[in-house]
Design a protein around this ligand. Structure first.
Ligand code: SF4
Ligand code: SF4
Ligand code: SF4
Ligand code: FES
Length: 946
């Protein structure tokens, strides 16, 4: 029978330069100093019985099941809380110890419902196991004494239950919530026999709990139990795979019953998550088998026609003939494709290959265009490589963190927990964000500086920080002179020292007091190890690339690159943003960020692919829309990306989609873009295919098929079929062969293979001859470009300005329970936390407009208007409002503008001048049009679903 038990050494591993030798049951062992007897006993081949200890948590020593005897010492110490000492002689088994342990178990069992046979944890319960281990045969106290067996079950959380009748008050859950997750949602109430676990004043749903699952994972009994296990029973096998949500890239064991997932368990050996998870990866996977999944290919001539279900062959042949017809009529460059950061590296690679080799142009772009394209440009220019510099473990060594334009507790929760742990240990924190995000003040975490800047002034703030460091003599001159281009540095230094960049001059622009800017600069510059973490609040601006370069400047200036605890760390939004960029889905770059204008690079790919490669860069996504509207771009193949919802200035996007003659959408759901499509190709979820994702640390991890594709084909197979129908057959029997081709053609990937990933668990690129096992930390001895390059970062205000008509700035972001366009998370019980997008507004702005909390308000910009429910909150500062874009019917992007980053065209989602006012109508004009179009499109679907 399958066992989902993984070795639990009882207490965390210790690292120490010194070691201790001792004997356990006569077996000599040597362990790092600080190791518990319980953990050392594993090395001696002994598993000491335990209940309150687990190796993900510091020992607590409450159950007394793990008692041992130590020669020369009185009493029976708990092995979990007793550190090894040199020369100790420990006995783990004796008649006395057996009696003591049986006594402990008797007490627990006398207050425990004896329903093991019908308990969902049967066969996977530590209490049950330990009763067996200590040889409990009878309970002398009987079962009739005072007990907790009538307590009510708390089923309020959508994903797990809390049945306190089964609780042994070991506090593993409380400690997991504190130590691993850092939320402090649980407490032990009362004392002695009356003590019990409590989540908030009423229940889990109303508590501070963020449903990360750490307590459920830690619970040794069925007290905290996944509802899926209660419903479906224990799994019969498990497959290790990678979460398909955010760029943390957590590793999970998909626990299966046949072809059905019954539970996703965070994988202890996962190097990005070390056994932790967030609500999305842990629980929100039910969308994969949601009835809305598109399972059959469909085609139609016009978007007002009903969809017709057809075979794969017919759909692919139709799509190919349309592309060929359009190219014959409008030219080779009239078609293109968009890759997806939600798909695997291998799928992205074959889509860009299809565009370049089968369509014969470079019109391929990726959804990273609208999120992290400035990261690629900014870091390549300054450091020489388009990627973050560290691994996540690096944060354990940092002394001061700058978090700018990122909200990790919502968008990168597992990494945020890790960061919070380091902050609780005493690292300094500077938050640069217009909103008072949770990190600013949480249990046992408080930012030394929150710089609540005006949206659009990141560069001004970073320049002011750098100005302070330079003019106060805090720069690490030795580091800079050894590692960076000194001529460029001197030019930059003269620029940054100008009075216009001083905190005093910038205070007016940024809205941040000069004293805070100076204080934050000193804190960061004086920290032995300073690390910068950033997100889309940096990139999605008209100066996105400039901001990334200003971040790199700051890191070089303070000597904070090339070792653990430092670095420039872009937190990637979607699971495979890093990978989709690496795989050559930008219109000017082949895989490995090599420009299509370079003849040697083109020759390499032309020889491998057997076709010439166009030397002209292709169209970026916004240029595709413009070209569609001017009539020169007529067909688009979009894999796994919902441009109609996610891209800015929705009305412009929709007009562009309407102007095209053939839109081919490949997705797991009928998304917003599919409403404008002519060919619908069913996609496969991450559970249905093999491949790899690359996370924000450049970590390549395996995605493994746990069930067959619902529509019969993996996404890479569909792209291959389309390419063949276009006259360019590709030949891969398995995604591992695609990776082999990537490795053969990409210098940073030459050492990557599925075999090596399987062997190492995951690999951080570059992985090649110079770094056969990958590269956790980049730029250690020199920068990839040789000398680091300081770039002049002149602050230029965005053209998007407030005015009398549009006096507020709207900024957008995401929240914990939803993901991106919400296509997945909206189809899970996560709706309970976020059923609609709302507008956060400061009480002053609300009051001056007569707006009350919960009222519907109109949000109008120069581009469009929508209606949202107001949430009045002091998280916002006056003059700034905030919303999310997880629900298509909200139309957040109807309001955002076409402004974009000067270098990469990444849209300026974060700054839109708006007016907000009370409205009587619940839906704006645009929303009413959306509703009626959605209804019409719904009626065109085949009856019984696609
Ligand atoms: S809920 Fe589970 S982990 Fe928490 S105290 Fe009770 S038995 Fe221990
Ligand atoms: S699910 Fe996570 S946040 Fe909620 S109580 Fe458990 S450990 Fe704490
Ligand atoms: S932190 Fe990101 S990768 Fe990890 S479980 Fe959550 S959504 Fe998935
Ligand atoms: S396991 Fe050591 S006291 Fe509980």
């Amino acid at each position: 029978m399958y066992s989902n038990k993984v070795l639990d050494a009882g207490t965390p591993a210790r690292t120490s330069p010194t070691s201790v030798s001792l004997q356990i049951d006569g077996v000599p062992v040597t362990v790092p100093s600080g190791t518990s007897i319980m953990r050392a006993a594993i090395d001696a081949g002994v598993k000491v019985p335990k209940l309150c200890a687990t190796d993900s948590l510091e020992a607590f020593g409450s159950c007394r099941l793990c008692v041992v005897e130590v020669e020369g010492k009185k009493g029976y110490p708990a092995s979990c809380t007793t550190p090894c000492e040199p020369g100790m002689k420990v006995k783990t088994q004796s008649k006395k110890l057996a009696d003591l342990r049986r006594g402990v178990m008797e007490l627990y069992i006398s207050d425990h419902p004896l329903d093991c046979l019908t308990c969902p944890a049967n066969g996977n319960c530590e209490l049950q196991d330990m009763a067996g281990v200590v040889g409990l045969r009878e309970v002398r106290y009987g079962y009739e004494g005072e007990n907790h067996l009538v307590a009510q079950k708390d089923t309020s959380n959508p994903y797990f239950t809390f049945d306190s009748t089964k609780c042994i008050v070991c506090s593993r859950c409380v400690r997991a919530c504190e130590e691993v997750q850092g939320t402090f949602a649980l407490t032990v109430e009362g004392r002695g026999f009356g003590s019990k676990i409590a989540a908030g004043p009423t229940n889990f749903l109303d508590s501070e709990c963020v449903s990360c699952g750490a307590c459920v994972q830690a619970c040794p009994t069925a007290t905290l139990m996944e509802k899926s296990i209660v419903d479906q029973g224990q799994p019969d096998h498990a497959v290790v795979t990678t979460c398909a949500y955010c760029g943390v890239g957590c590793s999970f064991r998909a626990e299966m019953k046949g072809n059905e997932v019954v539970r996703m368990v965070p994988h202890k050996d996962g190097k990005a998550n070390h056994g932790h998870s967030c609500v999305k990866g842990r629980f929100s996977w039910g969308y994969a088998t949601h009835p809305d999944r598109v399972k059959k290919p469909m085609i139609r001539a016009k978007i007002t026609d009903p969809w017709r279900e057809v075979t794969w062959e017919v759909a692919i042949a139709h799509a190919a003939s349309e592309i060929q017809r359009i190219q014959a009529k409008y030219g080779r460059g009239s078609v293109g494709g968009i890759t997806s950061s939600r798909c695997t590296n291998e799928e992205v690679y074959v889509v860009q290959k299809l565009v370049r080799a089968a369509m014969g142009n470079n019109n391929v772009d990726t959804c990273a265009r609208v999120c992290h394209s400035p990261t690629g440009y900014g870091l390549k220019t300054t450091l020489g490589e388009s990627a973050g510099t560290q691994d996540f473990d690096s944060v354990d060594h940092t002394d001061c963190v700058i978090v700018i334009g990122a909200n990790p507790t919502d968008a990168h929760p597992v990494f945020a927990s890790r960061m919070k742990k380091r902050l609780r240990e005493g690292a300094g924190l500077i938050v640069i964000d217009p909103r008072r995000i949770d990190l600013v003040r949480m249990p046992h975490v408080q930012a030394q500086f929150h710089l609540p800047l005006q949206p659009g002034t990141n560069v001004a703030v970073l320049n002011a920080l750098a100005h302070t460091i330079v003019t106060e003599g805090l720069a690490k001159e030795d580091y800079v002179r050894a590692r960076c281009d000194v001529v460029e540095y001197e030019k930059w230094k003269a620029f940054i020292a100008l009075p216009k960049n001083s905190p005093e001059a910038m205070a007016e622009v940024t809205g941040v007091p000069a004293a805070d800017l100076r204080g934050a600069a000193r804190l960061f510059a004086n920290a032995p190890n300073g690390a910068i973490y950033y997100g889309l609040g940096v990139t999605e601006h008209s100066q996105g690339s400039t901001t990334v370069m200003a971040i790199a400047n700051l890191a070089m200036l303070t000597g904070n690159l090339g070792r653990p605890g430092v670095g420039v760390n872009p937190l990637r939004g979607q699971n495979n943003v890093q990978g989709s960029c690496d795989m050559g889905s930008f219109p000017h770059e082949l895989p490995g960020y090599r420009h299509v204008g370079d003849p040697a690079v083109r020759d390499l790919f032309a020889n491998a692919w057997g076709v010439p490669i166009d030397s002209e860069p292709g169209l970026r996504i916004p240029n595709m829309f413009d070209a569609a509207l001017d009539g020169s771009f007529k067909a688009l193949y979009v894999q796994g990306e919902d441009i109609a919802q996610s891209d800015p200035d929705t009305q412009h996007v929709l007009k562009a989609l309407e102007a095209m003659e053939c839109i081919i959408v490949q997705d797991i759901f009928m998304n917003e873009t599919a409403k404008y499509a002519h060919v619908m190709l069913p996609g496969a979820s991450f559970l249905e295919k093999d491949g790899t994702f690359t996370n924000a640390e450049r970590r390549i991890s395996r995605v493994r098929k746990v069930m067959p594709p619902l529509a019969g084909m993996g996404d890479w197979e569909v792209t291959m079929a389309l390419s063949k129908a276009l006259g360019y057959p590709m030949h891969y029997d398995h995604p591992s062969q695609i990776m082999a081709e990537i490795a053969a053609l990409t210098p940073t990937f030459t050492g990557v293979s599925y075999e090596k990933i399987d062997q190492l668990g995951s690999i951080q690129w570059p992985c090649n001859e110079a770094a056969p096992n990958g590269t956790p930390i980049m730029h250690e001895t020199e920068f990839v470009r040789g000398k680091g390059r300081f770039m002049i970062t002149e602050y230029v205000a965005t053209e998007e300005r407030t005015s009398r008509k549009f006096p507020l700035i709207l900024t957008t972001g995401r929240i914990l329970s939803q993901y991106n366009v919400g296509a997945q998370t909206r189809r899970t019980p996560n709706k309970v936390w976020h059923g609609e997008d709302v507008l956060e507004i400061h009480p002053h702005d609300a009051e001056s407009r007569g707006i009350e909390d919960g009222q519907k308000v109109s949000v109008v910009s120069r581009k469009g208007d929508t209606t949202l429910r107001a949430v009045v909150t002091e998280r916002m500062q006056p003059g700034i409002v905030y919303t999310t874009f997880h629900h298509p019917e909200s139309g957040a992007n109807v309001v955002t503008t076409e402004n974009s980053d000067w270098a990469t065209n990444c849209p300026e989602y974060k700054v839109t001048a708006v007016q907000v006012s009370k409205v009587a109508a619940p839906r704006s004009t645009w929303q009413q049009g959306f509703d009626s179009f959605a209804g019409q499109q719904e009626s065109l679907l085949p009856k019984g679903g696609g």
